[in-house]
Design a protein around this ligand. Structure first.
Ligand code: DGY
Length: 328
C-alpha cells in the first residue's frame, strides 16, 4: 500500500522546474503570486501542512511556530541562510529545519568578486558614461580606479562562501586574510594561502578590501558597527553578500559621504528590501538587489536540495541538510 503523500506548502513562487519536481513527489500547494505571504496566510499554511517550504522573506518566529498544527514536522527552507527561522523554538516544538547549503556557494562568491571589481574599478561610472553618450574616447586621466592585484583582502567568516571567495581572490593575486570564530585547519589554511587574524579589529585596520561572508545571528548583528567601520583605512572598501544586518548601514552611509571609507559593494541591506536612501549608487558605491545566488543553475539546485530534504525526511531519516540549533 502506498504511503499518503506529504502535504507541502510553498510560500513563494519558485522556478517552474522546481515547482514541477515538488509536484511529482508531494501533495504540494504552490504560490501563484511572487509576493511573500502575509502573516495571515503564513498562519494558515502552518496550520494545514506537514512541510512548509519558506524563503528568506518569511519570518518564521516563535509566534508563528506556536500557532502551527501538530502535523507540521519539517520547515524545508528554500535558501541557505536561516536567520529568519527560530530554529530553537522549532526544535522545542518537534519541528525539523533544513536549508540548501553548498549549491549557492560559488554563485555568491562570484558576486563578491564582481562587487570588489565593480567598486575598485568604478564600473558604474563607466557604464553611466557609455549610457549617457558622453564618452569622447580614451583618456589618460578619466575614470581611474584602483588595482586589486597585491591588495589585502580581509574575509570575515571563512565558511564555505568565505573560502570560495578566497580561492577566487587568490587568482586575482590578492593577499588573503581572514577572521572567524574558528580557525581553519592548517592544511586548509595553507591550501588557500590565508592568513588568520584572531583579533577582528586588528585585521580590519590593515585591509584594503573587507568582505563579509559570515551568517547573521544575534551575536553578529552590526558586527561592522560605527567603531569598527572607523578602523578601516580611508582608501579601503567593504563588500557584503551575506546579510545587511551585519553592517550598521547608517554609519556606513555617513562615513562614505564624508570620504572616511572609499566605497562599498552591497548585495544586501539592513532593512532587507531597501537600501538607506542616502546611500547613493555611484562608481564607488555599488548596490545590488540581493542577486548573489541568482543564477538559473543555483535556483534549480536549491530546489533539488529541498526535494531531497523532504523525501529523506518522509523516508524516516534525518534530512541531509538539517539545521541543528547548536549550529545557529
Ligand atoms: C540565501 O539562500 O540565504 C541567500 O541569501 C539567497 O541569495
Amino acid at each position: 500500500m502506498s504511503r499518503p503523500r506529504l502535504k507541502v506548502i510553498v510560500t513563494r513562487r519558485l522556478p517552474k522546474p522546481v515547482e514541477k519536481r515538488l509536484a511529482e513527489f508531494f501533495d504540494v500547494t504552490l504560490r501563484d503570486s511572487d509576493e511573500p505571504m502575509t502573516r495571515t496566510e503564513l498562519v494558515e499554511a502552518v496550520q494545514t501542512c506537514d512541510v512548509l517550504v519558506p524563503t528568506l522573506n518569511d519570518r518564521i518566529n516563535s509566534g508563528l511556530i506556536g500557532q502551527a498544527a501538530e502535523r507540521l514536522k519539517l520547515i524545508a527552507n528554500y535558501g541557505a541562510g536561516i536567520d529568519h527561522i527560530d530554529v530553537h523554538t522549532a526544535r522545542q516544538n518537534g519541528i525539523l529545519v533544513s536549508n540548501t547549503p553548498d549549491v549557492l556557494t560559488d554563485d555568491t562568491a562570484d558576486m563578491t568578486m564582481a562587487l570588489i571589481l565593480a567598486v575598485t574599478r568604478r564600473l558604474p561610472d563607466g557604464l553611466a558614461k557609455m549610457q549617457s553618450g558622453d564618452w569622447q574616447g580614451w583618456s589618460p586621466t578619466d575614470l581611474l580606479g584602483r588595482r586589486i592585484t597585491g591588495r589585502r583582502l580581509g574575509i570575515i567568516g571563512m565558511g564555505r562562501i568565505g573560502q570560495a571567495v578566497a580561492t577566487r581572490a587568490r587568482a586575482f593575486s590578492m593577499q588573503i586574510h581572514y577572521h572567524d570564530r574558528q580557525r581553519l585547519r592548517p592544511v586548509v589554511e595553507e591550501g588557500i594561502g590565508a592568513n588568520y587574524w584572531e583579533d577582528l579589529d586588528d585585521m580590519i585596520a590593515g585591509m584594503d578590501v573587507i568582505s563579509i561572508n559570515c551568517p547573521y545571528t544575534t551575536e553578529s548583528y552590526h558586527l561592522m558597527n560605527a567603531r569598527r567601520l572607523r578602523l578601516m583605512k580611508p582608501d579601503a572598501v567593504i563588500v557584503n553578500t551575506s546579510r545587511g544586518e551585519l553592517i550598521d548601514e547608517g554609519a556606513l552611509t555617513r562615513m562614505i559621504s564624508r570620504g572616511a571609507i572609499a566605497g562599498a559593494g552591497l548585495d544586501v541591506f539592513e532593512h532587507r528590501s531597501a537600501a538607506n536612501p542616502d546611500l547613493k549608487p555611484r562608481g564607488s558605491v555599488v548596490l545590488m538587489p540581493h542577486m548573489g545566488s541568482a543564477t538559473v543553475e543555483g535556483r534549480l539546485e536549491m530546489g533539488e536540495r529541498v526535494v531531497l530534504n523532504i523525501k529523506t525526511f518522509h523516508d524516516g531519516h534525518r534530512p541531509p541538510d538539517q539545521v541543528i540549533p547548536s549550529m545557529v
